[in-house]
Design a protein around this ligand. Structure first.
Ligand code: XMP
Length: 506
């Protein structure tokens, strides 16, 4: 195992991503909660930080259990921290170094720079600079503006670099991480989807034994992969519940339910459309809608869970970014939010929690799903919000509006698939606007609904841009929608980026 100590850098998760891409398992822990068994880790990486080491409130952990005992790579703040507190000197740089720089390697016999070409592009992001190396420090590389871009401590497996090997713009960053982890620290590259499935299935069996587990399926990737893993481990003792809130895509409930059954899952489909629509009647405020849907879901799920006798566990599809966000609430990170999945379960459901995916990133979840033979189409599905079409129907919600939007959405999504555009888009959907517009069909004046189409590219939904869909495609889709969906006479395409807009309209 590899330990990443987080000093609050926005790139800490990226370090973990890169390490995992090397098929090496790693964990992120906040700098102020160093695990007690730290000397059992094979290697430690110190992250960057928004702080200056010279600030009084800067992270200031005791590294004596790590340094000299476990191979260590200190990145950016980590490199400055090592220097500052061990006889070196860190000062504000005269020129702030952000962005690209080229590395001149001085000690090229060092394994850390093995297979890395001269002048390799690296990415800098710092406003302090290391003026003098710490005791025992040996300079390994410089850039035009940064004298001490990399150094090591003599006689120790301790390395420090001022640049960020984890960002894509550092051309050979992954090679450097591999050099450190594999060639220097001797970590084995065994973290594969296959190994994860074997290990997790065994762990789940040990932990759960013959107890019963209940899990809410959503049709999304995470809950599906979690269910299949648990099913492999405990078979019929996994009770899945798939709730139709009446706000899913057209035919989604029956299609996905059949797919789940085809996978051998013990799943109960619960059609509660009416209960949700009744709860939503007359409500226009977006947050109010979300609350009603969330509460109704808990009620329905609780009713269903009570139908199963002697349940011990509630399984959830929580993934690593959710976990990190929640941990960081008390940690140093500047951009934080708490996540609904992690705070745990409502009070009245006193079940133990099992989260088989809590150490995985989204793309790893997909690979694990692929390894277990889950349909690639299911694994490649666009994200879909929990409140579903409710937040894409602006204003109040009626069964008729849901029907109209389901038809429009279906034509759009099917069109994307037919035109081979679906996989090029991160998320897509249609929005039903709360206004009518005038049109003409045949010789008749119409006064009907307007729908907006939205398709965005993104990596995590935090930022997004609209997709430049071909005009031919938009023309065809617009035509089909207006001709086929009764009640709609106008289609517009949303060309707003996030920020300042958001992906959903509500
Ligand atoms: P926004 O609209 O905030 O959306 O740019 C970012 C991503 O989050 C999804 N989203 C939600 N997902 N419950 C969810 O489960 C919600 O209430 C919710 N609101 C937005 C949205 O679909 C996009 O992927």
């Amino acid at each position: 195992n590899v330990l990443i100590l987080d000093f609050g850098s926005q790139y800490t998760q990226l370090i973990a991503r890169r390490v995992r891409e090397l098929n090496i398992y790693c964990e992120i822990h906040p700098y102020n909660k160093i695990p007690e068994n730290v000397n059992t880790f094979k290697a430690v990486i110190l992250s960057g930080s928004p702080f200056s080491v010279r600030a009084e409130d800067a992270p200031h952990p005791d590294l004596s259990q790590i340094r000299g005992k476990v191979p260590m790579l200190a990145v950016c703040y980590g490199a400055q921290y090592l220097a500052h507190f061990n006889g070196g000197k860190v000062e504000a740089s005269e020129i702030r170094e952000y962005g690209r720089a080229n590395l001149a390697v001085i000690k090229d016999q060092e394994l850390l720079f093995d297979e890395i070409p001269e002048n390799s592009q690296v990415w800098m992001s710092h406003s302090d600079t290391i003026k003098e190396l710490p005791q025992g420090g040996v300079r390994l590389a410089s850039t035009q503006d940064v004298l001490n871009a990399a150094y090591r401590i003599e006689g120790e497996q301790t390395f420090a670099i001022q640049f960020h090997p984890e960002v894509y713009h550092s051309q050979d960053g992954k090679q450097l991480l591999e050099n450190f982890l594999v060639k220097i620290a001797g970590v084995a590259q065994e973290w594969t989807p296959e190994a994860f499935v074997d290990m997790t299935v065994n762990e789940l069996r040990d932990k759960i034994g013959s107890d019963k587990v209940v899990l809410g399926l959503s049709g999304g990737v995470d809950s599906t992969v979690a269910a299949v893993l648990l099913h492999k481990a405990i078979g019929k003792n996994l009770y899945c519940i798939f709730v139709n809130n009446g706000l899913l895509r057209k035919d989604e409930f029956s299609n996905v339910l059949n797919q789940y059954k085809g996978m051998g899952l013990n799943v109960k489909g619960v059609d509660s459309s009416k209960r949700f629509l009744d709860a939503l009647a007359g409500i226009s405020d977006p947050e109010e809608k979300r609350k009603k849907i969330g509460n109704t879901f808990i009620d329905v799920f609780d009713d269903e869970a009570h139908e199963i006798t002697d349940v011990t566990y509630l399984a959830q599809g929580t993934i690593y970014p959710d976990v990190i966000e929640s941990i960081s609430v008390n940690g140093p990170s500047a951009t934080i939010k708490s996540h609904h999945n992690v705070g745990g379960l409502p009070d009245f459901m006193k079940l133990k929690i099992v989260e088989p995916l809590r150490m995985l990133f989204k793309d790893e979840v997909r690979r694990v799903g692929g390894e277990m033979g889950i349909d690639p189409e299911l694994l490649g599905r666009h994200p879909f919000p929990g409140p579903g079409l409710a937040i894409r129907i602006l204003g109040d919600i009626t069964a008729e509006k849901v029907r109209i939007l389901q038809e429009v959405d279906h034509i759009f999504i099917q069109g994307l698939k037919d035109w081979n555009l679906y996989d090029k888009v991160w998320q897509a959907g249609a929005i039903l606007l709360p206004i009518n517009s005038v049109g003409v069909m045949g010789d008749e004046r119409t006064y009907e609904k307007v729908v907006a189409l939205r398709a965005v590219e993104s990596t995590d939904g935090m930022t997004a841009d609209w997709v430049n869909l071909p005009y031919d495609f938009l023309q065809k889709i617009s035509n089909t929608i207006i001709n086929r969906v009764k009640g709609v006479n106008r289609v517009v395409y949303d060309i707003s980026s996030k920020p300042p807009a958001t992906i959903e309209w509500e």
